[in-house]
Design a protein around this ligand. Structure first.
Ligand code: E4P
Length: 256
């Protein structure tokens, strides 16, 4: 763990130290890259449009419940989202057997080149994941609730695995502990698993912070939580004071 005193410890040696000693990311300099990615967890096109404008968005995740909320045609919604967002857009299959998942997954992948097909973490889902991945389709294995499941998703060649932290917390488990365990396991194999940890079911800003401290690759964040991340009462108060003092100077910067 990069942060030091964090309660999600899973080994006597912290994952951060393991990485520095030859784990997936190597030293901090070697890990230099896009850093933690932010996806937004919604199928609401207007919300996405607004957030794309911030330049902070790396992708989108949807699920059948989020699509149902829009009351719109699934394919239309996905087409619009894929055109708006340059990064990966997760679209979930509704089938439960491997063959039907493959048919649906291939159809979804045809929508746009940035579609990631989401399959559930079941035996059928893992088989579909393997076949889709071999066919060059990026797969997000969703509804992951344990490190054991995440290990299987990685073995099946998933591009992303989605541990649902909020839903684990809801039943009295520790969602972030599972994320920490997955991080440790993946890092133990020095990048052999190409699977990224996509922390899902995020409920509040502290989930995002904990995911970042553990070194998760992606956090998929509901729009409301994304907005909460930026706001701090002391920022508002400080800005108001600066502006009031500036006003007293009678100066303008733009006119200089
Ligand atoms: C992730 O891909 C899922 O869409 C999502 O994070 C589920 O979150 P929820 O538990 O808030 O429904």
């Amino acid at each position: 763990m990069r942060g030091g005193a964090i309660r999600y410890t899973v080994a006597t040696e912290s994952p951060g130290i393991k990485r520095a000693a030859g784990g997936r990311g190597g030293s901090k300099a070697e890990r230099a890259g896009p850093g933690m990615k932010f996806f937004v967890d919604t199928a609401d096109v207007d919300e996405i449009r607004e957030l794309v404008d911030t330049g902070l968005l790396d992708g989108v995740t949807t699920n059948p419940s989020l699509v149902a909320k829009t009351g719109r045609d699934f394919f239309e919604v996905l087409k619009e989202i894929c055109a708006l967002v340059p990064g990966p857009v997760s679209a979930e299959v509704a089938a439960t057997d491997t063959d039907s998942m493959l048919t649906e997954g291939r159809k979804l992948a045809e929508i746009a080149s940035n579609i990631t097909v989401k399959v559930p973490l079941t035996w059928d889902g893992l088989k579909a994941c393997r076949a889709l991945t071999q066919g060059g389709i990026r797969v997000n294995v969703t509804l992951c609730f344990s490190a054991a499941q995440a290990l299987l998703a990685a073995k099946a060649g998933a591009h992303y695995v989605s541990p649902f932290v909020g839903r684990l917390d809801d039943i009295g488990h520790d969602g972030m502990q599972v994320v920490a365990e997955i991080r440790e396991i993946y890092d133990n194999y020095g990048g052999d698993f190409g699977t990224e940890i996509l922390v899902a079911s995020i409920r509040h800003p502290m989930h995002v912070i904990a995911a970042a401290r553990i070194g998760a690759d992606v956090a998929t964040v509901p729009p409301k939580v994304l907005r909460q991340l930026v706001s701090h009462t002391l920022t508002d108060k400080g800005l108001a004071a600066f502006l009031a003092d500036w006003e007293k100077t009678g100066q303008t910067i733009a006119d200089k």
